[in-house]
Design a binder for this molecule. Sequence first.
Ligand SMILES: C=CC1=C(C)c2cc3[nH]c(cc4nc(cc5[nH]c(cc1n2)c(C)c5CCC(=O)O)C(CCC(=O)O)=C4C)c(C)c3C=C
Ligand SMILES: [Fe+2]
Ligand SMILES: [Fe+2]
Length: 321
Amino acid sequence: MPSRNDTVLVLVNLGTPEAPTPRAVRRYLSEFLHDRRVVDLTRWLWCPLLHFVILPLRSPVVAKKYASIWVPGAEGGSPLAVHTRRLAAAVQREMPDLRVVDAMRYGQPKLAGVIDRLRDEGVRRVLALPLYPQYSTSTTASVGDVLKRAGGVQTRMVEDYHVDAGWIDAVAASILANRAGRDGGFLLFSFHGLPQRFIDAGDPYARQCEAGARAIAQRLGLADDAWGLSYQSRFGRERWLEPSTSATLQSLAARGIRQVDVVAPGFAVDCIETLEEVAMMLAEEFATHGGTLNYIPCLNDSPAHAQALAAIARRALEDWR
Ligand SMILES: C=CC1=C(C)c2cc3[nH]c(cc4nc(cc5[nH]c(cc1n2)c(C)c5CCC(=O)O)C(CCC(=O)O)=C4C)c(C)c3C=C
Ligand SMILES: [Fe+2]
Ligand SMILES: [Fe+2]
């Protein structure tokens, strides 16, 4: 194992606004939605639409959503930032011989700046572990872009861990614990969506979501008709991966299925897309159809999650020797 100061493990998440205000949300969305990995339209077409329509209209609406889930207190903030920080601390406890830090692709603490600081401190090697179990060009490859631009330091990245045995066990155990003592309802795996165009261009994301969900369902011994998979968080008008989580919940209600447990294993930690969209909005929507939606939280900073990620990082470091 390399020395503690020689190599650093960086857990990288997407990023999130600094405050639940229209101004801060606008700054965050602007950086995020200018990434060519996320929106690949030509600039002269996309920039006017983004600056004059999407950012002014979306920022105040989304700021209210962030306000509804904001974690209060001195150590508080956006759930994605709070949980990512705590998760890095939990992984650090599992790996006392290695320094572990957190970083964000957009916003703060910005990955590019974190790498600059580490290099200035004399760190030679950075192992990035993007907190995306499934690989997508829109997320993982964008982290890779930042690593490729980093000078004066060697970098490596864990590409995905969608069927990693330790991670599958951790997700399955958290589902079991959440359903303990009650009849588990239908189990719906809800993943963040992606434009179908990305999949057509070869993005392995949907294939990895399907393989991971199947592996977790098998680990739980679920019959094929006791679980399903859907995609949430659609953005824009083009065709996204289907079926949508909202439409799936409606069709479950129409089939008389009233109790649904929703788990979102594409999200390492809870964030606006799980807490506001699933646990609040989709749960309300499902209730209007007479159903009860039980949201199963992400692994967040649980010991099982930290142990699974530490094992993944250890293996990547072994390969790097
Ligand atoms: C988990 C994997 C993710 C993929 C794949 C992904 C693709 C993707 N997302 C957008 C647009 C938005 N996503 C937003 C929030 C958001 N997205 C992810 C993860 C993935 N995105 C996370 C973890 C979050 C939560 C951030 C937080 O602060 O909690 C948002 C911002 C919220 C909003 O305005 O609704 C947008 C916009 C696109 C276009 C895309 C693929 C091309
Ligand atoms: Fe622009
Ligand atoms: Fe997203």
